[in-house]
Write a protein that binds this ligand. Structure first.
Ligand code: PMP
Length: 404
């Protein structure tokens, strides 16, 4: 047995699905990016509808200008960790702005959203503590739980009564009650684009106890009157103990954050290995994120436009007979039975000038392949209609009689 045997199996699996083609749906090279919604893949000019660029801020002139200024004034990188090498003033300013944005006493900036989950969750809990999480939670949450070494209990996706049942059983087993239990859900789930039933989940938490963490990676900037996410949209912010988010989606950059109404979050800095042992985000990244955060608060019209686009696309695909995720949203997923059909469909979409994401099990839920379309406020009606037109023209590829 060599270290590389497992890679032979991986190579064979990829080969049998022709996943090493160029372009490839799992590892696409985007040769040029012209705008938040237009790029080039090989010789194909494509509408970008697989990028999580929900508010289209990657080319916002104010964000770019802020990043340019920071590059000129503070250089290309911080070259070190915040603990060992020091924070820049702008890291602290962004944390103050995030805390103010959420109306919470404390915020922490991490180098990615992945590390925000890893860093916060692995610090909060440890052996002897329990995590009760939605079964469809993101890999970063599962990895965090593994790193923490806590007892992990999954409840059925978006099923508040299953959460209730599992908390009740846990409380029966534990003399100390649920004081050392962390409940974790997401605002919008990244594969099917559905939202957590957060009002019901918050009610269960109020009744049973425990702490509630909501990962708003896909819902921050996208939901709620001021863009704070699903907790704001459902009016349960007072029940939420921790919010994790990312700068890599609606804010158009890279990085992650955690905010909490518990001031003890400040102490997580001194205990969190994914915060301590990695370099801090570059000054240009922090500057563009600060500007993007201000835009989220100042321009609710972007959110309205995003939702109009989401509803237009969802309604159009629904009319065409596609099996979709349960509700319209910035992520629209069309479910496909066979991986081979999904791959063929993805290639045909590229040739028709449309780039979406293709997901295969186990990355996608319920053993189904899916075409995952992410919308942006920057998509025009014409672009949404072009996506719809391509799906309509190519739908015979997905006909069950063509499945292999
Ligand atoms: N949480 C969720 C729910 C996500 O979908 C993602 C990224 N897809 C992350 C966390 C990690 O975010 P980042 O890309 O900033 O590492």
């Amino acid at each position: 047995m060599s270290l590389f045997d497992k890679f032979d199996r991986l190579r064979d699996a990829r080969g049998s699905l022709a996943l090493d083609s160029d372009p490839s749906p799992l590892g696409t090279r985007i040769d040029e990016v012209y705008s938040p919604t237009l790029g080039r893949i090989g010789q194909h000019k494509v509408i970008l509808a697989g990028t999580n660029n929900y508010l289209g801020l990657t080319f916002d002139p104010d964000c770019i200008a802020a990043a340019h200024r920071a590059l000129d004034e503070a250089g290309t990188g911080t070259t070190g960790s915040r603990m060992a090498n020091g924070s820049y003033g702008s890291h602290r300013q962004l944390e103050e702005e995030l805390a103010e944005f959420y109306g919470m006493p404390s915020a922490m900036v991490f180098s990615t959203g992945y590390m925000a989950n890893l860093g916060l969750i692995s610090s909060l809990i440890g052996p002897g503590d329990s995590v009760v999480l939605d079964a469809d939670c993101h890999a970063s949450i599962y990895d965090a739980c593994r790193m923490a070494g806590a007892d992990v209990i999954r409840f059925r996706h978006n099923d508040a009564s299953d959460l209730d049942k599992r908390l009740r059983r846990l409380a029966d087993r534990r003399e100390e009650g649920l004081d050392n239990t962390l409940i974790i859900v997401e605002g919008i789930y990244s594969m099917l684009g559905d939202s957590a039933p957060l009002a019901e989940i918050a009610e269960v938490k109020r009744r049973r106890g425990g702490y509630l963490l909501v990962d708003e990676a896909h819902s921050m900037g996208v939901m709620g009157a001021t863009g704070r996410g699903l907790a704001e949209a459902t009016g349960v912010e007072a029940d939420v103990d921790f919010i994790v988010g990312t700068f890599s989606k609606s804010l158009g950059a890279i990085g992650g954050f955690a905010v909490s109404r518990h001031p003890e979050l400040e102490l997580v800095r001194f205990d969190s290995r994914p915060y301590i042992f990695t370099a801090s985000p570059s000054p240009a990244t922090i500057a563009s994120v600060r500007q993007a955060l201000a835009i989220v608060a100042q321009r609710p019209a972007l959110r309205d436009q995003l939702w109009r686009n989401a509803e237009r696309l969802y309604a159009g695909l629904h009319e065409q007979g596609f099996e979709l995720g349960p509700t319209p949203g910035p992520v629209v997923a069309a479910l496909v039975d066979s991986p081979r059909q999904a791959i063929a469909f993805w290639h045909a979409l590229i040739e028709h000038g449309v780039y979406v994401n293709m997901m295969l099990p186990p990355a996608s839920p319920n053993g189904r392949a899916l075409m995952r379309i992410s919308l942006s406020a920057a998509h025009s009606d014409e672009q949404v209609d072009s996506i719809l037109g391509a799906f309509a023209t190519l739908s015979p590829i997905l006909d069950p009689s063509n499945s292999a």
